[in-house]
Design a protein around this ligand. Structure first.
Ligand SMILES: [Mg+2]
Length: 652
């Protein structure tokens, strides 16, 4: 059992890496093959009169084989697998057909164009396989179980409800449960059993939560500064974290409706063309008094002009150009289909922390007790907090760097009280920096006429500094919104897109940020599955919904939305699950991307309309015997080149 659990993880990773390698190689191999076949065709065309006929045929056969191998193989395997005809097969037959009636160059050209567009397709295809390997990595595999005083390392899967486990400081908690007793060997926290827990995996909040005895802890979260004993309340496959994994997995198995439609359309189109070609081979011979050779010749022209080269080329180069254009601007689309979808989006759900906001608290207010020197106090508190890795402490240190008086006080006897704050001696004086309970609840509540309460109502976190037995300073901290958030929300709303905020944070902070950003509406205290449910609701109401987030807790919602967008600075899990990545965290670039998407869809529509018109015209003139094969091929390839050029406009 233990061996099983251990082995399964690296194996998933290895398979993922192998797939990636095969993909990389495949991409280039296809493109190289297409280009080589193109060069051979050109050579055969230029030197047609200089070489022997049999050598010329060999050259063309080589172009057929090199250019067509990948696509022919794909066409045949897919036909067998899905029992459905496809465009690959049609092109392949058309090329063979035109060679069969002696038009080798035309057949080879068909293969070249098709293999080239196929290679381009490989570049733009949906690369978001939604690997969730980094999500799996976050799940601890083993736990230290203490049942009846016997310590044993066991696989997480073997833990049962009621088991007691021991979690060391800075370890990821392996199961959902309640804290029974803190074992931290440092002073008071041992008695109170409190510790800071990084719950960002579940809530997306960067500021750790402080938890004590009888409070719930979740698998995937990290005990930061104190060791814990935890009594398990849920079996390993029912933890909140396990649900995140399951939600991401199940969401990604759904296929987009447009994808299904195209697949069905493709099969029907190919079937119709092949049926008409077969009719064309025989009917005119029997009904219209055509010779059999002539009937077959016309049928082959039909096969060539009806093979949808231009139709295939209508989408790929345009998509590739638009994807690379937007990548230059810092927005990475993992597949053309996502760029196509973006302009259809009617509502966007935003995560709060790290998405609308910077994700890190900064000092917004400082109050110093009268009679003390502000710069000196800030210097001392900054120096004490410098020793701590807590995000609030880091923010205060950063603030102090810009506001202190330049003296660097020496800090001694520094002590972190898990989940509360720090204490230290500076110049022989005892200092405490931390939250209200740690400093003294009543004094801190009374400080400056209840200043702390007012600040908390604004969604701010309050930290006190106490010198001996007197509070000397109050720092209020807040996760501030990104500098382009307001502008981005405003522009999106102007585009008629509804904006929502789904946050794991509390009501007070959520309301404050919602007001500040101008977002249409918000929902607070969302667990990962709440985010999923709200996104599903929005999908019902608005049809096409995007979700933007950065955290592990956002991953299921990102996978559930029609379009998942991750912030570039976000967690690996969010980056892997999303369809789109905002590389530079610039929300304000989103409206531009929406415009690009609309432009791309317009150009693709033009292309499709144009190529369908040309195909129809060519088919019609073939029926009326107005064109022969070379002209048919010219019309066919000419329209293909035109739609490619039209698509390349999206590079700008
Ligand atoms: Mg977040």
């Amino acid at each position: 059992m233990e061996a099983n659990v251990k082995a399964s993880l690296p194996q998933t990773k290895r398979t993922a890496e192998n797939t990636q390698k095969r993909l990389d190689l495949g991409e280039h191999a296809e493109l190289i093959a297409a280009i080589v076949s193109g060069i051979i065709i050109l050579a055969a065309w230029i030197f047609k009169n200089e070489v022997s006929y049999s050598f010329w045929i060999t050259l063309n056969l080589a172009a057929f084989a090199i250019g067509g191998y990948a696509k022919a193989k794909e066409g045949i395997t897919e036909t067998i697998e899905h029992k459905e005809l496809n465009v690959e097969l049609l092109m392949f037959l058309a090329a063979i057909g035109s060679a069969a009636i002696g038009y080798w160059t035309e057949g080879a050209l068909l293969i070249f164009i098709f293999s080239l567009s196929g290679a381009l397709e490989t570049y733009t295809m949906n690369k978001s396989n939604k690997e969730i390997s980094s999500l799996m990595e976050l799940q601890p595999e083993q736990a230290l179980r203490i049942n009846d005083g016997i310590e044993k390392i066991v696989p997480v899967a073997e833990l049962k409800v009621g088991d007691i486990i021991f979690v060391r400081a800075s370890e990821r908690i392996p199961a959902d449960g309640v804290i029974t007793r803190g074992l931290s060997n440092v002073d008071e926290s041992a008695i109170r059993g409190e510790t800071s827990i990084d719950e960002s995996a579940i809530t997306g909040e960067s500021v750790p939560a402080s938890k004590g005895i009888d409070q719930e802890v979740f698998a995937g979260t990290v005990a930061l500064d104190g060791s814990l004993t935890v009594k398990i309340t849920k079996s390993a496959n029912e933890t909140l974290f396990q649900k995140i994994i399951q939600m991401v997995q199940s969401a990604q198995e759904e296929k987009s409706p447009s994808q299904l439609f195209i697949e069905r359309f493709e099969g029907a189109y190919v079937k119709t063309v092949l049926a008409v070609v077969i009719l064309m081979m025989f009917l005119p011979y029997f009904l219209l008094d055509w010779s059999f050779t002539h009937s077959v010749y016309r049928a082959m022209i039909l096969l060539v002009v009806a093979s949808p080269c231009a139709l295939v080329a209508s989408i790929m180069p345009a998509t590739l150009s638009a994807v690379s254009n937007s990548a230059k601007r810092g927005i990475l689309f993992k597949g053309g289909v996502h760029l196509e979808n973006l302009s259809q989006v009617k509502a966007i759900a935003f995560d709060k922390t790290g998405t609308l906001t910077n994700g890190k608290p900064v000092v917004t207010d400082v109050h110093i007790t009268e009679g003390f020197n502000k710069e000196e106090i800030i210097s001392i508190v900054g120096a004490i907090e410098k020793e701590s890795t807590h995000p609030l402490a880091k923010a205060i240190t950063a603030y102090a760097l810009n506001n202190e008086d330049g003296t660097i006080p020496e800090v001694h006897n520094m002590n972190t009280i898990s989940g509360n704050g720090v204490q230290a001696t500076v110049d022989g004086v005892q200092w405490k920096v931390g939250k209200a309970n740690f400093i003294g609840s009543i004094e801190s509540l009374m400080y400056k006429d209840g200043m702390a309460k007012k600040l908390a109502e604004q969604g701010k976190t309050v930290v006190f500094a106490k010198r001996n037995e007197q509070i000397v300073a109050l720092f209020a901290l807040k996760d501030t919104i990104r500098k382009d958030t307001v502008k981005a929300i405003k522009t999106l709303k102007a585009h008629g897109i509804k904006t929502f905020m789904l946050t794991g944070d509390n009501e007070v902070t959520a309301r404050a940020i919602a007001e500040e950003t101008g977002i249409d509406s918000y929902i607070a205290e969302c667990l990962p599955n709440d985010k999923v449910n709200h996104v599903k609701e929005l999908r019902k109401q608005y049809n096409n919904v995007a979700m933007i987030g950065d955290g592990i807790n956002d991953a299921p919602a990102l996978a559930t939305a029609n379009l998942g967008i991750a912030m570039g600075e976000g967690t690996d899990v969010a980056l892997e699950t999303a369809d789109v990545v905002l590389m530079r965290d610039e929300l304000s670039k989103l409206p531009n991307a929406i415009q690009l998407s609309a432009r791309m869809n317009r150009i693709v529509k033009q292309n499709i309309f144009f190529s369908l018109t040309v195909i129809t015209a060519l088919i019609a003139s073939n029926f009326f015997q107005a064109i022969d094969l070379p002209l048919g091929v010219i019309g066919h390839e000419g329209s293909t080149i035109l739609v490619i050029l039209n698509g390349l406009r999206l590079l700008k």
